[in-house]
Design a protein around this ligand. Structure first.
Ligand code: MN
Length: 229
């Protein structure tokens, strides 16, 4: 069974469940463990949601709304995603995760969508209590991509509905990556490394749908790649 290392965050349970539902073994990582040691014990890496990446890491001063993540997370996650990609360990990056992925390889972020992108949709739509998820906006998915291939049977006119709980987004895409999904307002909602077996980041929260399976193909594809590793 493939062991999936999950980076620690406040709402870890749905990530664990999403991995368990496709037959993987989730292991929550500790940011104080050396990266080399972590990589010895995992077949795939799942980067989770959370607060913002320190803007100095992409050479910008912090916007007033930027909120730092838990101590040690930026350092650990950038370190482990860099090493994992170099060693061809499958990577699935969610929400803050796609931002970490992009910054780790030289990309930049929109620090605050509402104040920096005129005419943007509402991307920060919290989930009401007692509800597993809320759809927020649709995304257009690039047909010729890993994301498009995995989601093919679930799309209508190359689009699907997603949830959205972010105020930042990918701005300049890291070299070696391509955009795989875009919101109607132009906000980048997914990137991937086309040269990798599985190196994908999405801006929404597919793990929240583990009960109903809308994004199960993403977790299945991730697990399959991790089993091959
Ligand atoms: Mn969004």
């Amino acid at each position: 069974m493939a062991v999936i290392g999950i980076t620690p965050c406040r709402k870890i349970e749905d990530y664990r469940q999403a991995i368990l539902h496709v037959g993987g073994e989730p292991v929550v990582l500790d940011v104080s463990t050396p990266v080399d040691e972590v990589l010895k014990g995992i077949d795939g890496l799942l980067l989770t949601g959370g607060n913002d990446v320190e803007p100095a890491r992409y050479g910008e001063p912090a916007h007033a709304t930027t909120v730092a993540a838990e101590p040690g997370r930026d350092e650990f996650e950038i370190g482990i995603v860099t090493a994992a990609r170099a060693r061809e360990v499958p990577i699935f990056a969610i929400c803050r995760g796609v931002q970490v992925l992009n910054v780790a390889f030289g990309g930049t972020l929109v620090q605050d969508i509402p104040s920096q992108l005129t005419g943007a949709l509402e991307h920060s739509l919290p989930c009401p209590p007692n509800q597993a998820f809320t759809f927020a906006h649709e995304v257009w998915i690039e047909k010729d991509s890993l994301l498009g291939t995995l989601m093919r049977e679930r799309l209508t006119d190359d689009t699907c509905e997603v949830n959205s709980r972010h105020h930042q987004a990918v701005k300049d895409v890291a070299s070696g990556f391509k955009v795989a999904a875009t919101a109607p307002d132009g906000v980048i909602e997914a990137i991937e490394d086309p040269a990798a077996l599985f190196c994908l980041g999405v801006q929404w929260h597919p793990e929240n749908f583990f009960r109903t399976g809308e994004f199960r193909p993403l977790f299945e594809g991730f697990l399959e790649a991790s089993q091959k590793k």
